[in-house]
Structures are given as C-alpha cells and as structure tokens.
Ligand binder design. Structure first.
Ligand SMILES: Cc1cc2nc3c(=O)[nH]c(=O)nc-3n(C[C@H](O)[C@H](O)[C@H](O)COP(=O)(O)OP(=O)(O)OC[C@H]3O[C@@H](n4cnc5c(N)ncnc54)[C@H](O)[C@@H]3O)c2cc1C
Length: 474
C-alpha cells in the first residue's frame, strides 16, 4: 500500500470487497468516479465468495450429483456405488471460488478501480487509513464520499464456545476435508438446513436443533411444513421448539449436547461435531465509526432509504446495516449508495420484494409477503396453492414433494407473495420477483402462457388455484 506512484485521492473509497463493496466499486467506475476499494483479506469477494454463497452451493452441487448417481438406476442407468472423495470436493470448491475471485479482480481493472490490500479505518469524514500486513499505513482521501461494506462474521450464543474443531461455525465446516459420522446443527435457518442437506447426502447422520417452533422460521408456515416432510423423507432428524442448554466434550472427542424439547422434556444427543448456525454479527467495531460520529444501533450502522449514514458523505451497505443478510441485497444497496453519491438517478430498495432462496433439498424460493404477514398488514387475502407432483416435468425429475403458493389481495388481485418448495425453486422464484416488481395481478398470471413440460407451469396453476380453477389441481 505504500507505492508512491499509486494515487491516494479518489472520488469514492469503499471499505470491504464483498458483494456489497465490489459491486459498488464497479458501478462507481462505470459512472466515471475515481474509485478505490480497500480489502483486508488477500483476495476479493468477501464472505459470499469465500465463506458463504458460492462454496456452500458448490458443496450442494456435489451432493445433488451424488444423489442423482444413487438414483440413476431408477431412470435406466446402471453405475456402481458412487464414492465421495472429500479432498476432491474441496479442490472443486476451491477451483470455483478462485476462478470467481480472479473474475472480481479483472472487473476491478476493467472499471479502473484501485485495490488497496489492508485494514481500512475511518480517520475523518473523507479520510481512510489503510494498514497493510507489512506494518505500513497509507491515508486515502475521498473527494465525494466513503462506502462502508465490512460485512459480518458468524456468531454464537452464550454458553456455547466455538473451538473450531468439534464446535464449529460455517467457516470451519466449509474447510473440512473429511466427512463427520454425525453432525448436530444448531439453527434451522438457511445456513443450517443447507449444511444439513449437504452432509446427510455425504453420509453423515444429521440432527437439527431449532429454538423456534418451525424449520426455516422466516418462511411461510406452509413452506416450513413441506420442508419438514422432505427432511423426514431424507432421514434428517430435527427438533423444533428446542433450547440447547449445554455442550460437553466427551473423552472420545465427541460431544454430548443437552437440550429441552418443545414439551419441556430433557433431550440428550451425541454427535461428532456441532455446527453453530445461529446467525451473524455485523463487523462494525474498530473501523472508526465512533471517531467520525457514525450512528449505530445494536452494532448495526443506521442508514436511511438511500444508504446514507448519520454523517454526510458516508454510506453503509450490506450485512452491516439492519436489512436482510443476503448478497443480492448488499449488491443493490451498493448500487443505490454509489448512484446517490454520484448524483445519478437511483431508487430506494423495496424490501418487501427481496427474494430469499434456500438451496437445501427440496429447494425453497420465496419473495414478498407470507400469508400471516399479509394478514397482519390488514390485507383481505386470497391464496392459490398448487402441489407440484402432478406436473409432467416434476414426475420426469422424480420429485415427490413441493408446491407453489401465491398470496394475493382479494380486491384487485395484486400478487403480494410467491412461495415455492421443490425442484428448481431457486430459479423459478425470479418469475415471482418480476410479478411483484410489475404489480402483476393473479388474473394476468392466469393469462400468461407457460411452456410445457416445465416446473414453471406450476406458477400459472397456482394463479388459477386462487379461483379454484387449477387444471391439474386435486
Ligand atoms: C454459509 C453462508 C452461506 C450463504 N449463502 C448465501 C446465499 O446463498 N445467497 C445470499 O444471497 N447470501 C448468502 N449468504 C450471505 C452473504 O454471504 C452475505 O449477505 C454477503 O456476503 C454480505 O455482503 P457484504 O458485502 O455486506 O459483506 P461480506 O461479504 O462479509 O464482505 C465484507 C468484506 O469486508 C472485508 N473487511 C471487513 N472489515 C474490513 C476492514 N476494516 N478493512 C478492509 N476490509 C474489511 C472483509 O474481509 C470482507 O471481504 C451466505 C452466508 C453464509 C455465511
């Protein structure tokens, strides 16, 4: 960071190169702003690329292929029993991650963004100190503004200490090059159920423990129920409404986990490893927020609808602000912040229309209001629900469960939410996003012709189900 040929004054400085920061940098470059990005890790891409979205989905792809090979005989292909090579799985995952990380580097060059490797800290409302690993410090100046995008790290709960060996978080589990015999998963959110889906198919005995009364608690209750059926079928054990009380290391290196179940009965479980997947905490300490007076609330940076913090010219985006912890949210927030900063037309984000995808088996894709949320907001609600198995494509794929549920308001038929469980749910949800963005009505969806045979036919059927007219409905 101390090369004197490198400029130190920019229009905009971005701290953190996750999907929030690097996308903000690209848009800033596209808008002609002289841009710097500061990243403490020796690679670009943040949690999403190195410890989140991408490596988990690589492991899920391996698990999907493994499953398909196991099922091959049922569609007329004879193969021997597949053998998992955990080191090979890690090598594949690293190859994908490295290629994408190089892609981000290329995009920085293409958009003339200067990359500083080092720890960034606010020194003033237009000034960032970058401390390099070699002990050097460079002070950067921003003519227009600074975007904070320092992301989040896994957290635990009181009384459960993560040792990185037997009590682990998602960062540790992603690096394992062996398959544990048994795994307890604390937390049935997206991260918990995705890892459960990976490791059960890798041959691990998996048990999920969730404090709240249902799996994937932020989803529509029907989604939780369908996932519960799917997990039972796949022999993934789970206990909802269950409070973990303690974790003890046994002499043989394994763990005994004690909990109280939903009936108030004690529960004891033995597992080789415990994955703590109870959420993440924002990285906001040590970055100089107090020094320049950036207001925070319970560790999160406070922002308005255009990602402006309490200090003019300083913006915050992604996992450090109290909006959904998702890569695509971080990226869009980055775009809004930079466009605002550049004086370019922009739009605040409508957080009611953020898709959420969980890549477990069966997959989940949802956007908009759940049925209870729509009722809570006072809508007169109409529901259309279509089970996927009657569809030709779904039978071809051999899927045994799934549905598409549309939540609409009765008077005008506006679609308020779409909830999908089943094959390709994470791709299909894009149609729900477009429907919500264009304020589409159920009637318009009924008259939208979908190709046959596809899983997407379920969208039209679900819209027809609102009127009790689904063609393949029971
Ligand atoms: C296991 C797992 C799976 C996930 N799967 C998905 C998914 O499928 N889809 C999805 O949308 N989301 C997923 N997420 C969430 C997603 O990864 C985050 O929402 C996203 O990465 C947030 O982006 P960000 O830019 O705010 O921060 P991050 O991606 O966390 O990036 C922050 C960057 O800032 C750097 N940094 C921090 N402090 C400093 C500093 N002082 N100076 C310089 N650099 C600094 C960090 O090193 C990091 O590179 C997943 C998360 C996990 C953990």
């Amino acid at each position: 960071v101390s090369d004197s040929a490198i400029p130190t004054t920019f229009d905009v400085i971005i701290i953190g190169s996750g999907p929030g920061g690097y996308v903000a940098a690209i848009r800033a470059g596209q808008l002609g702003l002289a841009t710097a990005i500061v990243e403490k890790d020796p690679f670009l891409g943040g949690t999403c690329l190195h410890r989140g979205c991408i490596p988990t989905k690589a492991l899920l792809h391996t698990a999907d292929v493994l499953d398909e090979i196991r099922e091959a005989k049922s569609i007329g292909i004879s193969v021997g029993a597949p053998e998992l090579d955990p080191r090979g799985v890690q090598a594949y995952k690293r190859k994908v991650v490295t290629k994408l990380s190089k892609g981000v580097e290329f995009l920085m060059k293409k958009n003339l963004v200067t990359v500083f490797t080092g720890f960034g800290r606010l020194e003033g409302p237009r000034s960032v100190a970058v401390s390099g690993a070699d002990g050097s410090t460079t002070t950067l100046t921003a003519r227009r503004g600074i975007v904070l995008a320092t992301g989040s790290v896994p957290r635990s709960i009181p009384g459960i200490e993560i040792d990185g060996v037997s009590v682990i978080n998602s960062d540790h589990l992603l690096e394992l090059d062996s398959v544990p015999k048994s795994l307890a998963v604390l937390g049935a959110g997206a991260v918990g159920v995705e890892f459960a889906s990976v490791f059960s198919r890798f041959g691990t005995k998996v048990t999920i423990l969730e404090l709240l009364p249902r799996l994937v608690p932020i989803e529509d209750p029907d989604v939780s129920a369908e996932l519960a059926t799917g997990l039972k079928r796949r022999k993934i054990a789970f206990h909802t409404g269950t409070k973990v009380q303690g974790v003890e290391k046994r002499g043989d290196g394994g763990l005994t986990i004690t909990a109280v179940d939903e009936k108030g009965e004690p529960l004891s479980l033995e597992a080789e490893k415990l994955l703590v997947a109870v959420g993440r905490g924002p990285v906001t300490s040590g970055i100089g927020l107090e020094a320049v007076g950036v207001a925070t609330d319970r560790g999160y940076v406070k922002v308005d609808a255009l990602m402006r913090t309490s200090v003019p010219g300083i913006f915050a985006i992604g996992d450090i602000v109290p909006t959904p912890w998702l890569a695509h949210v971080a990226s869009q927030e980055g775009i809004v912040a930079v466009e605002q900063l550049a004086g370019h037309p922009t739009r605040p984000i409508n957080y009611d229309r953020i898709p959420g995808c969980t890549y477990c088996d069966p997959e989940i894709g949802s956007v908009g209001l759940t049925e209870p949320k729509a009722r809570e907001r006072g809508h007169d609600v109409a529901i259309g629900k279509f089970p996927l198995p009657p569809l030709g494509k779904v039978q071809i794929l051999g899927a045994r469960e799934g549905f598409i549920k549309i939540v609409a308001e009765k008077k005008y038929g506006e679609i308020l939410g779409v909830h999908i469980v089943g094959p390709h749910a994470t791709e299909l949800i894009a149609e729900g996003c477009a429907a919500l963005a264009s304020e589409m009505t159920v009637e318009e969806l009924v008259h939208t012709i979908h190709a046959h045979p596809t899983v997407s036919e379920g969208m039209k059927e679900a819209a027809e189900a609102v009127f009790g007219l689904a063609i393949h409905g029971a």
